[in-house]
Design a protein around this ligand. Structure first.
Ligand SMILES: Cc1cc2nc3c(=O)[nH]c(=O)nc-3n(C[C@H](O)[C@H](O)[C@H](O)COP(=O)(O)OP(=O)(O)OC[C@H]3O[C@@H](n4cnc5c(N)ncnc54)[C@H](O)[C@@H]3O)c2cc1C
Length: 536
């Protein structure tokens, strides 16, 4: 199924507007699904600005699926503890220990990598893609929607041109031209305080050893601080309150020096002062045009919520595009993108951001996203978007306030875990997901349960059992050994349950095993007519 080309309902590429991290990730995702794309980028190259510095576990999982994690990791600093320190006393409060997630994900850490290094890494992964490339100095000025396509007006070095695309994905950032052209309003507020950062080249490892965590939040009622160890420098970030004048470069250097003490050889590499918003577009889908990333939501970078929320959008949109363009689903599937992700940005990341600000300023009120449980805090802070409201019920969550991993629920990100296939190879559950829906049957394979054949590209079936499937059983080839029942216990569903996982790792159904259960759940998840209609 992964080898041959899958027929598509159109020859037109998908247009991606903007080669920021969200546009680049979306392009990688479309390549993964073998969908032709074209990226239009206004600038002559990628951004050189000092922007996002910390990327979370969930984003690493998504980049891994789309082939970028190892290129990114080679350049990044991995961080296994997020420091949470009281600035006045230097007392550790509630540091987040990420090794607690070692059975939950293949990346029990977050990374520090500045955006000006991250974007080239993502674009390197696109180099040579047979599905599309980046057109620099191509500024999209407007677009027109027709019944079967969208036409984009683009200013290029050779003058104005018109390009046709099947869909347009607006990843054109917070000042999105596309959003404006569509007349989509943005709701929310800008905060009175701004953030000021300074990047310092200083050796705090050998020459002036200091044992600061690579990522540390120093909370303080008067003035909090965030410390980030980037591969080539240390970043210090401070609030600049409403009534306060912005810091000069000299003052920023002095503040950092005051904190790290008397050290040798310090060089200021750069500074940045930026505004903080919580603004979300009122509409994310407009016919053949979808908004993603900062174009859809501007969120505080505190707790790394900005870019990481945008990568969740790319993950949600990519498989939907694949299903629609392959004719496996009608395009109402795209409506669910807004239905599921908008609350995550609006309220989920919004509440997290507010909680982060309250926590950092040591205000008791408003700290909603942290619990007393180390496992839950590690999960909440690094695996964002933990449960989606797949049915539009509003029952979703971005926090997991539990001491122990809880049983899975509808809409959760499916936990990763190690299993063994019938050839003896170790496999990770997340490596099974992505290209199709996957039905997992938690059962006793000695009893020869009926598990459907894997003859459809959009839905595959695997039994999970601590018993090795008898050699003469017909399901041995699609049985996965779960030594000690560890994965089964992590999923925590009733014996003989079928769990349907979507290509974006989210759980679409948990049902008792019975004939046709997975197929019925698959069709319900897409809200489309049954299999016969697709095969016809
Ligand atoms: C100082 C700072 C620190 C931050 N730190 C973090 C952090 O640690 N972690 C985190 O998660 N987030 C952080 N963020 C937020 C993060 O940088 C953004 O969320 C992220 O850049 C959004 O990516 P994007 O691809 O949606 O948009 P952008 O990065 O803004 O990219 C949009 C691209 O579209 C192009 N474009 C715009 N209009 C057009 C057009 N009409 N035609 C063609 N191309 C167009 C632009 O040139 C640009 O390249 C930080 C932000 C700032 C400012």
């Amino acid at each position: 199924m992964t080898g041959g080309a899958i027929p598509m309902i159109t020859d037109l590429p998908v247009a991606i507007v903007g080669a920021g991290p969200v546009g680049l990730t979306t392009a990688l995702a479309l390549s993964y699904y073998k969908i032709p794309f074209i990226i239009f980028e206004t600038n002559v190259g990628l951004s050189t600005e000092t922007k996002a510095g910390t990327t979370l576990t969930r984003t690493l999982e998504i980049w891994n699926r789309f082939g970028a994690a190892s290129t990114i990791l080679k350049r990044a600093m991995r961080v296994d503890e997020i420091g949470d320190i009281e600035r006045a006393s230097n007392k550790v409060r509630n540091s987040i220990k990420l090794h607690l997630l070692k059975d939950e994900t293949r990346f029990p850490f977050v990374i520090n990598l500045p955006q000006y290094d991250m974007e080239p890494a993502l674009s390197d992964c696109l180099t040579g893609s047979q599905y599309g490339d980046i057109q620099y100095q191509h500024h999209v000025t407007s677009l027109k929607e027709l019944t079967d396509r969208v036409e984009l007006e683009v200013e290029t070095p050779d003058g104005k041109k018109t390009f046709a695309a099947s869909y347009a994905l607006a990843c054109d950032g917070g000042r999105s031209t596309i959003r404006d052209r569509l007349g989509v309003s943005v709701e929310g507020r800008s905060l009175p305080e701004r953030f000021s950062l300074v990047d310092l080249k200083v050796d705090l490892d050998v020459e002036n050893p200091r044992d600061y965590p690579y990522l540390a939040y120093f909370s303080d009622a008067k003035e909090w601080m965030i410390l980030v160890r980037q591969p080539e420098c240390w970043r210090f970030l401070y609030p600049v309150f409403e009534e306060q004048r912005e810091y000069t470069v000299a003052k920023l250097r002095e503040k950092a020096m005051h904190f790290i003490g008397d050290v040798k050889n310090v060089e200021v590499l750069g500074t940045n002062l930026f505004k903080i918003h919580h603004r979300v577009a009122s509409k994310w889908r407009h016919g053949r045009v979808l908004l993603l990333g900062d174009a859809a939501h501007l969120i505080t970078p505190m707790w790394a919520l900005g870019l990481n929320t945008g990568i969740l959008d790319a993950n949600s949109v990519a498989w939907r595009m694949a299903w629609v363009l392959r004719g496996w689903a009608d395009d109402t599937l795209l409506d669910a993108y807004e239905r599921e992700q908008k609350p995550v940005a609006e309220r989920g990341s919004g509440e997290m951001a507010e909680a982060a600000r309250a926590y950092m300023a040591r205000r008791a009120a408003g700290v909603t996203a942290m619990s007393d449980h180390a496992w839950g805090n590690a999960y909440t802070r690094t695996l964002l978007g933990v449960r989606l409201a797949l049915d539009g019920s509003g029952d979703w969550s971005m926090a997991k306030p539990y001491a122990e991993p809880p049983a899975i629920m509808l809409g959760d990100r499916a936990p990763d875990g190690l299993l063994h296939d019938s050839e003896g190879c170790q496999i990770r559950l997340h490596d099974l997901f992505g290209r199709s829906f996957v039905a997992l049957y938690f059962t006793d394979v000695r009893r020869r349960p009926e598990i459907p054949e894997n003859d459809l590209p959009w839905l595959r079936h695997y039994a999970v059992s601590r018993w090795d499937a008898p050699r003469n059983s017909e399901i041995r080839g699609r049985s996965l050994l779960d030594p000690g029942n560890l994965v089964t216990e992590r999923y925590g569903c009733a014996p003989n349950s079928m769990v349907l996982v979507r290509p974006d790792d989210h759980i679409a159904a948990i049902n008792p095993i019975m004939a046709g259960a997975a197929e019925a759940a698959y069709h319900a998840a897409l809200s489309i007519p049954r299999r016969e209609a697709i095969l016809a």
